[in-house]
Design a protein around this ligand. Structure first.
Ligand SMILES: [Zn+2]
Length: 49
């Protein structure tokens, strides 16, 4: 399973997405396309390759 929890930037809801099955990351609640990956406890700078 590659399911991960994201937070929608638009409506701030938690969205669980399996990135292997879904190519487009989109919020099912409001349709917003910018989601932040949710990380436990510590907030770190994330380097996106
Ligand atoms: Zn949303």
């Amino acid at each position: 399973m590659t399911e991960e929890t994201y937070i929608c930037v638009g409506c701030r809801k938690d969205v669980r997405i399996d990135i292997n099955r879904i190519k487009k990351i989109i919020c099912p609640f409001c349709g917003y396309r910018i989601l932040k990956k949710k990380r436990a406890a510590i907030t770190k700078k994330v380097v996106v390759e």
